[in-house]
Design a protein around this ligand. Structure first.
Ligand code: ZN
Length: 300
């Protein structure tokens, strides 16, 4: 079997700027092109200078594959295409392409086998995690590599669990391990705790401000609060600050097929993202007395 070379240009032993360069059967594929959010100098970008001895990227790379829209997986794309100069194909799923504000991308469907060139093919699989997140299988010369990016094996409120084709046995698996060895509190316990605290504050006439920075987490919290409000028949107002996060909500509506079975089923009678209790924030209500809950978020 020919040699497979894997070079982490970012993210190895670190969280942020995910970028893995693989060479397989004489082909060169880049998985993700992320940004490190902890730096503002050159260190926020993957080590592009390590590719092809700093030479031409378009000639060297067969393609770039983006696993999902989080900036630590795609944030360095504009730098790569506009500053360093890369003109070759970039693949990502349809929801990712809609949300990632970069144009030079070829959208792909789940399980679709895409022929990049020659016998190099790529194939995406559902990863959970965030809307449109995918794991990618690349194949060439009879060998294969599966790259996961972030993935979730248990469904959450709005997305399903990661799946690949049964019996899939890649020669190499490159997988995200950020929380692999961390034991986290039970999600249920954390959610109960959160709802109890929110309820306690509004019951006493207070206002709750909830900062939501990560797209996806915001939707999870909205669904959580919405169903709690429904169950207890509460009529305390809940607001969502207008802005990108709310705009992103539209994508969840548009790509409802990428969410989990539960949400897909209820979609027939009511799109779960058309919230009954959660309304867009209106400046006039900012000073209104009395309890309220407000989701504040202006970034993806
Ligand atoms: Zn992520």
């Amino acid at each position: 079997m020919p040699e497979i070379t894997i070079i982490p240009l970012g993210a190895g032993q670190d969280v942020g700027r995910s970028c893995i360069l693989v060479s397989i059967n004489g082909r060169n594929v880049m998985f993700d092109c992320g940004m490190h959010m902890g730096y503002s100098d050159e260190r926020r970008f993957p080590a592009f200078s390590q590719i092809n001895g700093g030479g031409n990227l378009t000639k060297y790379l067969d393609c770039v594959i983006i696993s999902h829209f989080h900036l630590d997986h795609c944030g360095a794309l504009p730098h790569m295409t506009e500053q360093i100069g890369y003109d070759g194909p970039i693949y990502m799923t349809y929801p990712s392409k809609s949300i990632v504000p970069v144009l030079l991308v070829i959208p792909v469907d789940l399980h679709q086998v895409i022929n990049v060139n020659g016998d190099l093919t790529i194939q995406p699989f559902y990863a959970g995690h965030v809307l449109g997140a995918a794991m990618f299988l690349i194949k060439t010369g009879g060998q294969s590599i599966l790259y996961t990016g972030d993935f979730n094996m248990t469904p959450d409120r709005h997305l399903g669990a990661a799946t690949v084709l049964p019996g899939l046995k890649p020669d190499v698996l490159i997988t995200e391990t950020t929380y692999a060895s961390t034991i986290r509190d039970s999600k249920r316990a954390r959610e109960r705790d959160f709802l109890r605290k929110v309820h306690e504050v509004v019951k006493n006439g207070g206002k709750v401000l909830i900062p939501v920075f990560a797209l996806g987490r915001a939707q999870e919290l909205c669904i959580l609060l919405e169903s709690y409000w429904d169950r207890l028949d509460l009529n305390i107002p809940v607001f969502f600050s207008p802005g990108l996060a709310e705009k992103a909500n539209q994508y969840y509506r548009l790509f409802i097929g990428w969410t989990n079975e539960n949400i897909k089923e209820t979609f027939a009678e009511r799109n779960m993202f058309d919230f009954k209790h959660i309304k867009p924030f209106d400046l006039r209500t900012a000073d209104s007395p009395g309890p309220m809950v407000c989701f504040m978020g202006d970034s993806l």
